[in-house]
Design a protein around this ligand. Structure first.
Ligand SMILES: Nc1nc2c(c(=O)[nH]1)N[C@H]1C(S)=C(S)[C@@H](COP(=O)(O)OP(=O)(O)OC[C@H]3O[C@@H](n4cnc5c(=O)[nH]c(N)nc54)[C@H](O)[C@@H]3O)O[C@H]1N2
Ligand SMILES: Nc1nc2c(c(=O)[nH]1)N[C@H]1C(S)=C(S)[C@@H](COP(=O)(O)OP(=O)(O)OC[C@H]3O[C@@H](n4cnc5c(=O)[nH]c(N)nc54)[C@H](O)[C@@H]3O)O[C@H]1N2
Ligand code: SF4
Ligand SMILES: [Mo]
Length: 663
């Protein structure tokens, strides 16, 4: 029997592999033996005929790919990189990479090629939370753990559909509910998660700042402020209090679309709860004011002192299995490594550690900027930007202009593969090993369960081959992921709060390691004066607005049994199609207005593009919105490319669209 962890979502469930079968690990702390359909089917996905098994190359994207050798593919890429100035090179990584893969890519890009254009799909996912954590706490730190739901009295889920996106954590929430936990779901849709809620608030899309500001104001007005906590641990209280004196309460409530009665029902539950966790995911992060939405929510916890206490706190739920690990390594272009930035002190420390003089002092391009930056070489690993970036027609035009696009993928059927010149076959989950950090800072170990398919290599090995071909043979001479983990572990000492030296690679096989527990115990913030910052934020209504031509707002999101583009889950051999891949939820009133019946084929258009779908008439959706799941691979032809100005995360969920029946 081999113990490993699931490689899908941020819950990071422990599992056991025996006789070609996967089952949940009953003694594992986060899942207690439970797995969702995706976890159980990990083995099936590595045996599919759509695996990419050989390196492929082609002159230009209008010709057919030809199978090639590793030597040829790697030397072609290295030769091109040697001839290209460093600011014209980009690495587009993923929160699904293992820590060791991330570490090597980051070290190669930032440390030796000398470009900080090393970013990740987490830009589209967690970057608003990263920025908000840093602004509020002085550090990118998640102060809550999943087990806290058993201590909390109230769990607020804002823009988070745990029933479909964090399935096994959702089971745990249900268990806590049986023991008395109250649940409030704040989501424009009556989601599967809302079904277990004591109260569902179907607020208008993008009005969360108004909502949480109203909560903060009530906390202040009704004397629920923890004065003692504020005095010792929080900055800007008087400022915020003064600002809140003048906010237009009625107008703000109106913008949320909620009635006074709904808000009062919320407030009654809120006020009477001693221990409160507010968790959020894409409904808050993916917004033109994603950082501000995060800050508005965090304010409520700082004001009431409901943070750094068991069963309390603001809880950002990471989506991908190792989005958190990527942040630790430094896989965002806005950070260097191990939570260090681009200040001269940090550059000095990292340069010494890596023994290099190449590190650039300027932040690099974000994933959302790379395609628009006239790059000459783009290396894409473990993610599918043509599928996932907003405003796809524009994305396709831009990627076509990049002279060399390299795609490292374990499967051959990504949307990006139509736009790449070289494809390199990666060994997926089960064929490789390494570590990952889940949504509550738990570092776990993935094990190799079967041998790697003949020509596939772990992602770190591919980056290492490239590094060696570029002449960095001594600096990239690792023989195992253990060696890389141990170097990373040593590096975490450069940043004491992240220090991971208490665990070891072999120990991680037996038990997971949780970093940062001391921070919580000691109530530490990492700003200059060691106090957390309150921020006054306002809803600036920056998102795209509906109008007469495009009267509805498109919401997008997950379904339980599919993983994004579906290369691993949309397989003929699995039974993972409990919900259709492609449907469009429409409110009955709109169905009537546009003469659409359940099951009709429809066209959805925005200012940027159009797609087709099948109508699913339901009153679980607000009248001013429609919903299409991200398993519809073409979804981003519709979405707008507005970004949050600080995190540069896209505003995926708020695009104005129209619907019509296809004749
Ligand atoms: N089955 C499955 N699970 C997954 C994934 C997957 O592909 N499949 N992906 C993983 C990843 S990478 C991520 S990031 C997470 C995402 O996890 P979630 O964010 O929980 O998943 P989404 O379905 O995107 O849900 C976002 C919710 O926000 C709501 N929403 C939209 N706009 C607003 C708004 O303005 N305000 C509020 N309050 N709510 C709003 C939407 O209606 C939707 O229900 O899931 C992870 N888990
Ligand atoms: N409209 C809309 N768009 C969105 C979102 C949304 O909510 N709405 N959400 C955004 C978010 S939060 C996210 S995280 C992104 C997700 O978007 P993507 O990251 O593009 O989605 P995936 O399908 O998970 O892509 C992962 C890729 O890695 C490949 N792969 C699997 N295993 C391996 C391996 O071991 N090595 C390598 N090299 N490759 C492997 C898979 O085949 C797949 O092509 O989408 C973003 N885009
Ligand atoms: S909840 Fe997430 S980590 Fe757990 S089995 Fe499902 S996909 Fe895997
Ligand atoms: Mo994500």
């Amino acid at each position: 029997m081999i113990k490993s962890v699931c490689g899908y979502c941020g819950v990071g469930c422990g599992l056991e592999f025996e006789e070609n079968k996967l089952i949940g690990d009953v003694v594992y702390p986060t899942n207690e033996g439970k797995l969702c359909s995706k976890g159980i089917s990990e083995l099936i996905s590595i045996q599919t005929p759509t695996r990419l098994l050989r390196p492929h190359i082609r002159e230009d994207i209008n010709t057919e790919y030809k199978v090639t050798s590793w030597e040829d593919a790697i030397s072609t890429i290295a030769n091109k990189i040697k001839k290209t100035s460093k600011e014209k090179i980009g690495f587009y990584l993923s929160g699904q990479l293992l820590t060791e893969d991330y570490y090597i890519a980051n070290k190669l890009g930032k440390g030796f090629i000398g470009t900080n254009n090393v970013d990740t799909n987490s830009r589209t996912c967690m970057s608003s939370a990263v920025s908000a954590h840093k602004k509020a706490f002085g550090i990118d730190y998640v102060p809550v753990r999943m087990e806290d739901v058993h201590i909390a009295d109230l769990l607020i889920l804002a823009g988070a559909n745990t029933a479909e996106a964090h399935v096994v954590f959702h089971n745990r929430i249900k268990k806590a509910k049986k023991a008395g936990l109250k649940i409030i779901v704040i989501d424009p849709r009556f989601t599967d998660t809302a079904k277990i809620a004591d109260l569902h608030l179907p607020l208008k899309p993008n009005s969360d700042i108004d909502f949480f500001n109203l909560v903060s104001k009530r906390i202040i007005d009704e004397g629920l402020v923890d004065e003692e906590f504020i005095k010792t641990h929080v900055n800007n209280y008087e400022l915020l209090k003064n600002k809140f004196k003048r906010i237009p309460v009625t107008k703000m409530l109106k913008r949320t679309g909620l009635t006074k009665e709904q808000f009062e029902e919320f407030w009654l539950l809120y006020k009477s709860s001693e221990n409160i966790i507010s968790a959020w995911t894409m409904g808050l992060n993916q917004s033109s004011q994603g950082v501000d939405k995060n800050l508005a929510l965090i304010n409520t916890h700082l004001l009431s002192g409901k943070i750094f206490k068991a069963g309390n706190g603001p809880f950002s739920l990471t989506g991908q299995p190792n989005a958190m690990g990527g942040r630790e390594v430094g896989g965002l272009s806005t950070m260097l490594a191990v939570h260090l930035g681009f200040d001269s002190e940090s550059i000095k420390k990292v340069s010494q550690f890596w023994n290099t003089k190449k590190i650039d002092k300027n932040v690099g391009l974000t994933a959302t900027q790379m395609l628009d930056a006239n790059l000459d070489v783009l290396i894409i690993c473990h993610t599918d930007p043509v599928y996932h970036l907003p405003n796809r027609n524009k994305v396709e035009e831009l990627i076509k202009k990049i002279p060399m696009v390299v795609e490292m993928n374990a499967y051959e059927n990504s949307e990006t593969s139509d736009f790449a010149h070289i494809k390199l076959p990666a060994a997926p989950w089960g064929e490789k090993e390494g570590t990952q950090t889940n949504l509550d800072r738990t570092v776990t170990k993935q094990e190799k369960l079967t041998r790697s398919s003949i020509d596939c290599k772990a992602d770190w090995e591919i980056f290492q081959l490239l590094a060696q071909e570029l002449g960095f043979k001594n600096e990239f001479n690792y023989s195992s992921s253990q060696e890389i983990f141990e170097e990373f572990q040593e590096m975490t000492k450069l940043n004491p709060h992240l220090n991971m030296s208490e665990t070891s690679y072999s120990k991680l096989k037996e038990e997971p390691f949780i970093w940062g527990e001391k921070i919580r115990k000691n109530k530490e913030f990492f700003t200059e004066n060691k106090k957390a910052n309150l921020h006054f934020v306002q809803n600036k209504l920056l998102s795209e607005k509906a109008n007469l031509i495009y009267p509805l707002i498109l919401l997008t999101g997950r379904t339980r049994d599919q993983w994004h583009s579906g290369t691993k889950t949309n397989l003929p051999r699995t039974l993972l199609k409990f919900k259709d891949l492609n449907f469009c939820e429409i409110h009955p009133k709109n169905a009537k207005a546009f003469d659409i019946k359940d099951g009709d084929f429809i066209k959805i258009s925005s200012r940027r593009g159009e797609i087709e779908s099948k109508a699913l008439i339901t009153d679980s959706i607000r009248e001013d919105t429609i919903f299409i799941p991200v398993s519809h691979r073409e979804i981003n032809y519709l979405t707008n490319d507005l970004l949050d100005k600080e995190s540069l995360q896209p505003d995926y969920n708020h695009s104005a669209v129209k619907i019509e029946k296809l004749s």
